[in-house]
Design a binder for this molecule. Sequence first.
Ligand code: E4P
Length: 218
Amino acid sequence: MKFFIDTANLNEIREAQELGILDGVTTNPSLMAKEGISGKNNVFKHYKAICDIVDGDVSAEVIATDYKGIIEEGEELITIDPKIVVKVPMIKDGIKAIKYFSQKGIRTNCTLVFSPGQALLAAKAGATYVSPFIGRLDDISQDGMELIAQIVGIYRNYDYQTEVLAASVRHTMHLINCAEVGADVVTCPLNVITGLLNHPLTDSGLAKFLADHKKVNG
Ligand code: E4P
């Protein structure tokens, strides 16, 4: 399973990259706004800065919601760096645009997916990635993990090449459950990834090993 980090914060991306287990980055307009990035030039420069840090795919989301606008924006975004994947919302014009991009060999991430039917459309249009949002479904008392399992199953039935990129991953159990059901990728904040490190028996075991070593070595 690939690990993507879901942030536009360069320090976090650097820290995740330095861990050596990072496979890519996803961003969205809210995450860019959180970093205070505004204006096309600054946005493009920021995407470039992210691409320069990470070895892997970087999802950059279009703002346009009409077919022509999505195409124009996506074709500009991919000039930033070969690592850019055009992130397109799950709307009718988005599906048409994903089909266009896939015919042109331009990679896409279909975002804001909340149902198996939407995921099926994204795969049929030729999306590189589909992003079902777990946490936001959990927030409204629907089981986000069940959606991931359903999509993985459907894609396997027909051997779709679209990768299931589990998004809106909020904690370590989401991540582990994604691995159990066979999601291709998870995207999450850095603290979810570093949270995997923690176990009290590791801490107490290490403390004992070091104490025993010190007893005989001073
Ligand atoms: C996906 O690509 C989104 O950027 C993201 O995972 C949304 O997560 P949130 O629901 O925690 O905002």
